[in-house]
Design a protein around this ligand. Sequence first.
Ligand SMILES: O=P(O)(O)OC[C@H]1O[C@H](O[C@H]2O[C@H](CO)[C@@H](O)[C@H](O)[C@H]2O)[C@H](O)[C@@H](O)[C@@H]1O
Length: 244
Amino acid sequence: MIEQLQHYKNASKRLVLLDYDGTLVNLSSLPSQANPTQQTIKVLKQLTEKVQTKTIVITGRSHIDIEHFIGHLPIDIIAEHGAMAKDHTGWKKRINDSLWKSEVAPVMDSITAICPKSFVEQKSFSLAWHYRNADEETGYLYSRKLIDKLEGIVQLNNLKIIDGNKVVEIISKETSKGIATKDLVEQGNYDWIICIGDDKTDEDMFECLLSHKNALTIKVGEGNILAKYRMKSVEEVLLFLEQL
Ligand SMILES: O=P(O)(O)OC[C@H]1O[C@H](O[C@H]2O[C@H](CO)[C@@H](O)[C@H](O)[C@H]2O)[C@H](O)[C@@H](O)[C@@H]1O
């Protein structure tokens, strides 16, 4: 890793891709509580000041949430797993597919009604059913039931199910952090890339970067790994980013 970092420092055009929840901030019981810490803000600010370095926060969050958390920083953002993107000109849609929401919402609502402490998060191009605060066993069982009930709608509407961290999310099949990463890599001609994430959707970025010889990919926490390195915690990620 030290050798790789040296190459990174000597590179002339760098890309730093950072997931938000579970990577830049610790997970919390409600999405609205995951405010960035002072250290997170400091680290992101430092990265935006680096020359020859493009830093992008790439998140499953709605563009409204992430704008609320870090929108005051001069940093590029890709939100909703690639459906929305922000650069110095402002926010833009990368897809235009949300008509299916009227079919999915009632199914999620019906499960919310029978699974205490679960709730639906609305985003522009996706719907997410959260069960972190439900009783563990009950939440998991209902998440399987929900996935089962949604299979048909998902197939008919060219959608996919993201079976995430205590969340079941529905979004267009044409959107992923991997697709967004591929676009960035093709357009940017970067000679070094650092990519850090903790969740299943971040594996799509790692997979996209597998064949890139100058990509340093880092998985935060345990579980499946297509990344080359692993870090234990958000705190370790922030310390690492401070050294870049
Ligand atoms: O791509 P990310 O930046 O990792 O965002 C993924 C999802 O994050 C949020 O949900 C997760 O974090 C919440 C706050 O810590 C937590 O309460 C929830 O259980 C997690 O699933 C967000 O609400 C989702 O929209 C994002 O897709």
